[in-house]
Every structure is written in C-alpha cells, then in structure tokens.
Design a protein around this ligand. Structure first.
Ligand code: GDP
Ligand code: MG
Length: 254
C-alpha cells in the first residue's frame, strides 16, 4: 500500500511468477486471484507435482477464467528447488525479463509483489522479501523458531561472506540476466539451501542484491511439506560451501 492507502502500482515488466504447488487445492485459487489483482500484467506458471488433491485442475480452471496462467504438470513430487529450476528454464526460453519465486500457501502476500518487481526494474539482480530487515516480521512464529531461522541466516551470511539478512527467504524476484549467468540448473539443493545457494551465486557473479521488508504469515490452510531434514541439509551445505570457497581462494593465491 502507498502512504495514501492505495494499492502499489505494478511496474509494466515482462515478469513470470513461478508458483510451485504440492497439495495446495485449498489455497491456489485465492493466490491466483490476489496475484492478478496486485499485478494484472504478470504471467504465472504453476509447477505442480501431481498433487493428489487436484491442485493442477483447479489452477487450469482459474487459467481459463483469469488468463496468462500456465500449468506445468510434473509426474511426481520432486522438491521445491527442482520446481523452480524447471520454472526458470521455461521463463528464460519464453523471454521473460524477471522471474519471481513465491509460495502458493498465502504466506507470501501477493500485494508485496510490485515492490519486488520495482527493485529489479531499477537495477537489482535479486530482490528478496526479507523478514530480517527493518519493517519485516513473522507474527505467527514462536521466539525459538524465529531464533533458529535468524541465527541460521547469520551463520550462512558469516560463513559465505554475503551481506544478506534473509538468504533463506523464498519470496524473491530475479533478473533474467542474472539467472542466465549463474547456471542455476547445476544447483542441487532443494529447500532453504536452494535459496541460500541461489543468493550466493548471484553475489559471486557480481550481481546486486536488495532486500525489502515483508511480513511472513503462517499458512492457514493445508500442511507444510518441509521437514527437519531441510534445515540439516542447509546447515551442512553452507558449511561445505564455506570450506570450499576458502580452499579455492587459498589455491588461487600466487
Ligand atoms: N512442485 C512442488 N511444490 C512443492 C514441493 N514441496 C513444497 N512445494 C510447494 O512449495 C511451497 C512452500 O512449501 P511449504 O510446505 O509451504 O513450506 P514451508 O512454508 O517452509 O512450510 C508451497 O507452495 C508448496 O506447495 C514439491 O516437492 N514440488
Ligand atoms: Mg509455507
């Protein structure tokens, strides 16, 4: 919202919002409606992994109704990172200028999309909707869950030497040129580690990262698909990347 309480203006860019879905039948219709309202010009790609609850059928019915929505049906549940990799490839092949990551459970408010797009339109290679910058928040989380996430983020930033407050955040927009440069197809991680590695690669490639505050709300309908293993994967991979970067730097010294 602007100071006058009006909806933010959506920049007229060629943007593709990639929405990964697994059993989001209870949410997908509202996500798509609110997205269209917040940003009438964006295209949407729903990447569904054969959701047993029929999410893809609902998304296709919505596509008929509101237009500019495509549904990619994949045969089996293959993870969030893999869904984004396929979505980004589709976006690059089809000439979009900006690609957006967004959860399909309404944790990410579609109304914040114009702000993310604006950052990329004004020169950022990656704009992150951040919970840990001034103005960001997670009202539904207990203090210990927030502490784990915040300190996990501090650990990742310190080990990798990146100046990002919320590298695990999954609401973000990339410039197509940055995506084309970082060889995202070779990213293997799937959960939080996928987000961290993508940010790390953009920075290593010399890209500009900007964070804008968002409020992250817990899903109201449906269930989370993330497990505790996703946190373990992230910590282990961050530690490995940190060691690898140091070894590479040492070996590069004359
Ligand atoms: N296509 C696809 N989407 C997934 C998969 N796992 C999770 N998602 C979607 O990714 C988004 C984030 O997952 P969620 O379970 O809400 O994770 P949490 O917010 O960390 O609890 C949601 O839109 C899920 O439907 C998957 O294996 N494949
Ligand atoms: Mg969620």
């Amino acid at each position: 919202m602007t100071a006058a309480g009006l909806p933010l203006e959506c920049p007229s860019v060629r943007a593709l919002v990639v929405l990964p879905t697994y059993d989001e039948a209870a949410n997908i219709e509202e996500v798509l409606r609110r997205l269209r309202e917040a940003c009438p010009t964006v295209n949407v790609l729903v990447v569904d992994d054969g959701s047993p609850d029929g999410t893809a059928d609902i998304a296709e019915a919505m596509a008929e109704e509101i237009g500019d929505v495509e549904v990619m049906r994949r045969p089996a549940k293959s993870g969030l990172g893999s869904a984004y990799r396929d979505g980004f490839r589709h976006g690059l092949i089809n000439g979009f200028d900006i690609m957006v990551e967004m959860d399909s459970d309404l944790s990410h408010d579609p109304a914040a999309l114009p702000t993310l797009l604006e950052q990329v339109e004004n020169g950022a290679d990656l704009a992150i909707g951040s919970r840990y910058v001034e103005g960001g928040s997670i009202p539904d989380w207990s203090w210990h869950r927030r502490a784990l996430s915040k300190w996990g983020n501090r650990y990742a930033a310190a080990v990798l030497g990146i100046d990002v407050n919320d590298a695990t955040a999954g609401y973000r927009a990339y410039s197509a040129s940055a995506l084309a440069e970082i060889d995202f197809q070779s990213v293997r991680a799937d959960g939080y580690a996928f987000q961290i590695e993508m940010a790390h690669r953009v920075i290593q490639a010399g890209g500009v990262v900007r964070e804008v505050p968002i409020q992250f709300v817990d899903r109201v309908r449906g269930t989370s698909k993330m497990s505790g293993m996703i946190v373990v994967e992230a910590l282990a991979l961050v530690t490995w990347w940190g060691v690898r970067d140091r070894l590479l730097r040492r070996n590069a010294r004359p």
